[in-house]
Design a protein around this ligand. Structure first.
Ligand code: AMP
Length: 598
């Protein structure tokens, strides 16, 4: 059991944190009093800003305002998803030893920051808000959000948390968290199949769960990692860029700041269209001093985005297929994530489920944080009666495979298998008299290893020399209930009796992942984080000093003005009066100086 833990919905666009307190989940407000915090970090000459302060200055400083960082976490620079994303971001992503880094200007200097560092800044901010709210230090977290993270991504999140001085108990999906929240608030007594439709800023994640009396069993998951609210925004932006070109014969895409302002206005219009049939866009001096006033109807919004709307059912169908459940057997469809506010989205889902009424019992913007907080409380050993009967049985999001030098994936544990799970496979060597072989652990569904994610690779020695196919190895994958993978490989001496004569045994765990940060690099990030935090602390100190000096100058000005006025009004005073006033003025000024020194 651990000490008190908070639950964090780590969103691509917004993040939200909750804690189980006084018999209920409380959403933790940030320093602006808001219940969600934009997942934005900005750098400037003045310092660093996180959350609302970062998002609000994006027009002035687009190339140093970082968002969508979750999309870069644990990925390689050449990853096609990274390559497709970088085209749309106003900040610069560079290739550093194969990994994406963000280049910013901070206090007049060029800095290159890893996604892990940026994420740690966000987590640090959430931690600070939680500590103020709870009036105690916070060390433990459960993180939910987005789809199933792969091993590299999970490790990167853990590293970011470590830099923020947080210990991650568990990382789970947004859908799982939402299902925990749904189950908690609806108290499902007889078995029901629920489908969680989690549609946020960047991704669409579907989970199908069987729920009964506090037991939640994930049956299948599916997602589209490149479909979310931002894709709608991009299409609206393109629509208005075209309209601007048509009206004014000018291409505003050459101006980053103008594009940024247009994107923000388009997102606002999109949100307004969830409750109104028409939204207005009014931007003064958008480009070359041209004011841009226009409007968008809900019908036009749907038309512009029709191709995207058509894609939302595909992952639903895939999940149903994997779960081997007909759509008529889905009892409840739970909506989660900002983009589920869109009426067209609701219409399409409801229609797919034959006109079914969709469940909106939990706030779609906070559901994940609620579930994460509930899970955090139960993992921390909170004894509250309400928490006693929630057990989540999870599934493996991707198949776990092995490759021994031939480029072909050999599946060991299949996708969507419930975990914990242990599976063995016996493989024969593929070359003559090899005394060693390289064994690679992959995750993914494709047949060629090059198309899947490499988790780990190691060399296995001590294989008795024998012709190809005569030596055998036994591979055992063991995944625990938290999703950790343990791999055990045994060289078998005899092909005839494969269960005896074990000659070699190696065990690896998830933490030994392949592209783990180098230790020195990680230590450096810890140092950097301390430096940034110290710089941030300097800002209020600097402001305090500036205010004190300003107050002193104000007082001084007032005293002097007072003396000058008296002097002008008393051109004919007695010498004692002048002396008296002079001494009085000097005394006042020195008192003010003393006050200033305090
Ligand atoms: P999330 O990742 O769940 O915070 O969702 C963020 C996405 O939801 C962003 O793309 C928002 O623009 C979008 N969003 C939030 N509220 C609404 C709304 N009322 N109507 C349409 N989209 C919304």
């Amino acid at each position: 059991m651990w000490s008190k833990a908070i639950g964090i919905d780590l969103g691509t666009t917004n993040s939200c944190a909750g804690i189980w307190k006084n018999g209920k989940v409380e959403i933790i407000p940030n320093d602006h009093g808001n219940r969600t915090t934009p997942s934005y970090v900005a750098f400037s000459r003045a310092g660093r800003a996180i959350g609302e302060n970062a998002r609000n200055q994006i027009f002035m400083n687009p190339s140093n305002t970082i968002y969508n960082i979750k999309r870069l976490i644990g990925r390689q620079f050449m990853d096609p998803e990274v390559q497709s994303d970088v085209k749309y971001w106003p900040f610069q992503v560079i290739n550093k030893n194969g990994r994406p880094y963000i280049q910013v200007e901070y206090r007049g200097k060029i800095k290159q920051l890893s996604p892990v560092e940026i994420l740690s800044m966000l987590l640090c901010k959430i931690k600070e808000s939680a500590e103020i709210f709870l009036e105690e230090s916070v060390r433990n977290v459960v993180i939910a959000g987005g789809p199933y993270f792969n091993y590299s991504q999970r490790q990167a999140i853990k590293e970011a948390a470590m830099i923020a001085r947080l210990n991650v108990h568990q990382i789970f999906t947004g859908s799982e968290a939402a299902a925990v929240a749904y189950n908690f608030y609806n108290r499902v007594s007889k078995e029901r199949n629920i489908l969680v439709f989690d549609f946020g800023g960047g991704t669409l994640d579907i989970s199908i769960l069987a729920v009964e009396e506090g037991l939640l069993e994930v049956k299948a998951t599916a997602s589209n990692a490149h479909l979310g609210g931002e894709d709608f925004d991009k299409r609206i932006v393109n629509h208005f860029v075209f309209e601007f070109k048509r009206k004014f014969k000018k291409d505003l895409t050459t101006d980053k700041r103008a594009l940024c302002r247009l994107r923000t206005a388009c997102e606002r219009a999109k949100c307004a269209l969830s409750s109104h049939t028409q939204a207005f866009i009014e931007i003064d001096y958008l480009f070359e001093e041209i004011d841009f006033y226009t409007s968008l109807t809900r019908d036009k919004f749907v038309e512009i985005n029709m191709a995207l709307f058509r894609r939302i059912i595909k992952p639903v169908e895939r999940a149903l297929r994997d779960a081997k459940i007909d759509k008529s057997h889905i009892h409840e469809v739970v909506l989660v994530g900002g983009s589920t506010h869109i009426p067209e989205v609701q219409k399409i889902i409801s229609k797919f489920f034959n006109g079914k009424e969709l469940d909106k019992s939990i706030n779609p913007d906070e559901a994940i944080a609620y579930g994460a907080a509930l899970y955090a409380a139960s993992l921390s050993g909170d004894c509250s009666e309400q928490l006693q009967d929630t057990l989540l049985i999870r599934v493996l999001p991707r198949s776990l495979c092995v490759e021994i030098g031939d480029g072909v994936m050999k599946s060991i544990i299949k996708r969507n298998s419930s975990i914990p799970k242990r599976k063995y496979k016996i493989l024969s060597t593929d070359s003559d008299n090899a005394s060693y072989l390289v064994l690679k652990v992959y995750e993914g569904e494709r047949t060629r290893t090059k198309d899947n994610g490499l988790i780990y690779e190691f060399q296995l020695t001590g294989i008795p020399c024998a012709p190809r196919g005569v030596s055998w190895i036994e591979v055992c994958y063991d995944v625990d209930s938290r999703g950790n993978l343990y791999v055990c490989v045994t060289v078998l001496v005899s092909a005839v009796d494969k269960t005896h004569g074990r000659a070699n045994k190696i065990t690896i765990v998830e933490d030994d992942r392949y592209d783990r940060l180098l230790k020195e690099e990680f230590e450096q990030m810890l140092l950097n984080a301390e430096e940034y935090n110290a710089e941030d602390k300097k800002i209020p100190e600097k402001e305090r000093a500036r205010n004190r000096f300003e107050r002193y100058l104000d007082n001084l000005r007032e005293t002097l003005q007072d003396a000058v006025t008296w002097f002008n009004d008393n051109q004919d005073a007695e010498s004692e009066e002048y002396e008296c006033k002079r001494e009085d003025t000097i005394k006042k000024i020195s008192c003010e100086a003393e006050e200033f020194d305090d």
